[in-house]
Write a protein that binds this ligand. Structure first.
Ligand code: HEM
Length: 140
């Protein structure tokens, strides 16, 4: 559980960075600067937004792998990390859709709302990693 205890706050902070970068993208009106996809070179703000999503993806994937390894020791942690991975994937997909529908207000609002849910879920993982009993943690 030690590694997860370190990774989870990192994921929360990275999500915060992604959200701030996304808000900046919106504020400077560069949401439609890049086509959907992974790479974005046309807008510095959107490059940071997507780059941080890449970092977050690696963090959440690592957390999921650790929780999977120790799923018998801590089923709740496994469920939380699986939820975070699914939410992150959906959010990345929604980011693509947001661009594809030309920043339709419903898509932008849903993207913002899902970001808040992801942030809250990752925060709950931080608390669970700290307070879950160490027994059966398997050193993850
Ligand atoms: C974990 C993943 C992500 C999170 C947490 C996230 C979060 C956010 C947030 C909070 C905003 C600001 C929304 C607002 O102020 O109303 C935003 C904006 C935006 N995001 Fe993301 N985002 C993620 C992934 C992506 C991806 C993968 C893409 C596209 C490839 C993307 C494209 C955009 C765009 C285009 C905007 C600007 C919308 C506008 O100009 O109205 N996002 N994002």
């Amino acid at each position: 559980m030690k590694i997860l205890q370190g990774l989870a706050p990192g994921a929360v902070l990275t999500t915060f960075g992604v959200m701030v970068a996304g808000a900046y993208v919106k504020a400077v009106g560069e949401g439609a600067a890049c086509p959907p996809g992974i790479l974005c070179l046309e807008s510095a703000a959107e490059t940071v937004h997507r780059g941080l999503v890449g970092v977050l993806g690696l963090l959440v994937l690592a957390m999921f792998a650790l929780a999977l390894k120790n799923r018998r020791g801590d089923r709740r942690m496994f469920a939380l990390c699986a939820g975070a991975l699914a939410l992150l994937f959906s959010q990345a997909l929604l980011g693509q859709v947001t661009i594809a529908v030309h920043l339709h207000p419903v898509a932008v609002t849903a993207h913002q709302a899902l970001a808040l849910v992801l942030f809250a879920l990752l925060l709950s993982i931080v608390f669970h990693a700290r307070h879950a009993p160490a027994a059966g943690a398997g050193g993850a």
